[in-house]
Design a protein around this ligand. Structure first.
Ligand SMILES: Cc1cc2nc3c(=O)[nH]c(=O)nc-3n(C[C@H](O)[C@H](O)[C@H](O)COP(=O)(O)OP(=O)(O)OC[C@H]3O[C@@H](n4cnc5c(N)ncnc54)[C@H](O)[C@@H]3O)c2cc1C
Length: 319
C-alpha cells in the first residue's frame, strides 16, 4: 500500500521523493512525460552546455544534499553571487532521479485527486485509479487547479486565476575574439537578464563564452527573430557558434512574489484537506534579487518539507 503519492517529477517533486527515500517511506511518483525534470534539461552542442531552464542559481544552502548527490565538485561560480552546474542544471535532476528506489509511473497524467474514506484517490487519464494516505501535488498552478477541481473547488478556482509573463531564454556560444572587447551589458525591461560563463564544463575552452539572455515578449516570436533581437540589442555582429531558444511560458507570475501572492497561496493551502500539500515554483515566497538567477534551493526545501509533513500526517493518523 502506498503511503505517499507525489504528482509531478520536476525539481520540487523529486526533492520530495528524495526526502521520502531518506525516511524509508513507501511512495510512488507520477510524471506525465517520459523523463523527470519538468522544464529542466541541458543540451550539449559543439562543446557548449546550454540549459533550457534555470541556468544560474543562488548557492544551495543545503551543502549536505550536494555532497549526498556527489555534486559538490560540479558547482561552478557565475559572477559573485550565483553558481551553475558544470554539466548543466540537468545534473541535479539526474543525481536526484538516480537515487530514487520508489515506484514511478512515467508517461501517465493525473486527471483528478479525490477522497474515499480516509484515503486519497488519484485518477489517471488512462482510467487507472490509485490510492494513497497522503498526496504531494508538485504541479504548476494551472495543472494543480485542474487536478483539484472536484476535491477543493475554491482552491482550484484561485489556481486557475494565476497569470504569467512569458520569457524567452536565448543561449549563445561565441569565440571571445568575435565579441566586442568592451561590452555594455545592461539588463532592461525587454532583456531582464544577461549571464555568461567561460568556466570549464560549459564551454569548449577558455577562449569561448556562453551567454544566456532573457527576453520578454508579447505574442509569438520565432527562435530566429529572438536570436536576431538579442544579438542586435547587445551589438554582437558575428554569428554565434551555437544558438538555441527556449520558451518559458509560465515564467514570472504577474501577481509578483509580493505579500498579495503570499496571501493568495496561504488561502489556497488553507482550502486543501489535511494530508495534501501543494509545492512548486508558483508557490514560492521570495522574489529573486538577481534577475535570471533561480531559486532552486527554495524549491528543494519546499519539496523536502512537504515530504516530512506528509509522513507526520500519516503518523498522527495511525495513532
Ligand atoms: C526556459 C526556462 C527558463 C527558466 N528560467 C528560470 C530562471 O531563470 N529562474 C528560475 O527561478 N526558474 C527558471 N525556470 C523554472 C525552473 O526551471 C522551474 O521552476 C523549476 O524547475 C521548478 O520546477 P517545479 O518542480 O516546481 O515545476 P515543473 O518543473 O513545472 O514540474 C512539474 C512536473 O509535473 C509534470 N506534470 C504536469 N502536469 C501533470 C499531470 N497532470 N500529471 C503528472 N505530471 C504532470 C510536468 O511534466 C513536470 O515534470 C525556467 C524554466 C524554463 C522552461
Amino acid at each position: 500500500m502506498r503511503d505517499v503519492v507525489v504528482i509531478g517529477g520536476g525539481l520540487s517533486g523529486l526533492a520530495a521523493c528524495h526526502e521520502l527515500e531518506r525516511c524509508a517511506a513507501a511512495y510512488t511518483v507520477i510524471e506525465v512525460k517520459g523523463r523527470f525534470g519538468g522544464g529542466i534539461h541541458s543540451r550539449s552542442e559543439a562543446g557548449f552546455v546550454m540549459d533550457a531552464c534555470a541556468f544560474a542559481f543562488r548557492p544551495l544552502a543545503d551543502q549536505a544534499l550536494l555532497a549526498d548527490l556527489g555534486l559538490c565538485e560540479r558547482v561552478i561560480p557565475i559572477g559573485a553571487e550565483a553558481c551553475a552546474f558544470a554539466g548543466g542544471t540537468e545534473s541535479l535532476i539526474d543525481a536526484l532521479a538516480d537515487r530514487l528506489r520508489g515506484g514511478r509511473l512515467m508517461r501517465m497524467a493525473v486527471s483528478s485527486v479525490g477522497r474515499l474514506g480516509n484515503r486519497f484517490t488519484i485518477c489517471l487519464e488512462n482510467g487507472i485509479m490509485l490510492d494513497a494516505g497522503a498526496v504531494i501535488l508538485a504541479l504548476p498552478a494551472p495543472y494543480a487547479g485542474r487536478a483539484l477541481w472536484n476535491l477543493a473547488p475554491d482552491a482550484a478556482e484561485q489556481l486557475a486565476q494565476f497569470r504569467y509573463d512569458s520569457i524567452l531564454r536565448v543561449s549563445l556560444g561565441y569565440h571571445k575574439r568575435d565579441l566586442p572587447a568592451c561590452q555594455d551589458r545592461v539588463p532592461d525591461a525587454t532583456f531582464p537578464f544577461i549571464l555568461s560563463t567561460d568556466q570549464p564544463g560549459r564551454v569548449p575552452d577558455s577562449d569561448h563564452l556562453l551567454i544566456h539572455v532573457g527576453l520578454r515578449h508579447a505574442g509569438d516570436l520565432s527562435a530566429d527573430d529572438a536570436i536576431r533581437a538579442a544579438t542586435r540589442h547587445f551589438g554582437w555582429r558575428a554569428s554565434p557558434l551555437v544558438a538555441r531558444v527556449d520558451y518559458w511560458l509560465e515564467a514570472d507570475l504577474l501577481s509578483e512574489y509580493g505579500a498579495a501572492h503570499h496571501q493568495c497561496v496561504c488561502a489556497i493551502r488553507d482550502a486543501l484537506p489535511d494530508g495534501l500539500s501543494l509545492i512548486g515554483s508558483d508557490y514560492c515566497r521570495e522574489a529573486t534579487e538577481i534577475c535570471g538567477v533561480a531559486r532552486l534551493d527554495e524549491r528543494i526545501q519546499m519539496g523536502r518539507r512537504a515530504a516530512r509533513e506528509a509522513l507526520a500526517y500519516l503518523k498522527a493518523k495511525k495513532k
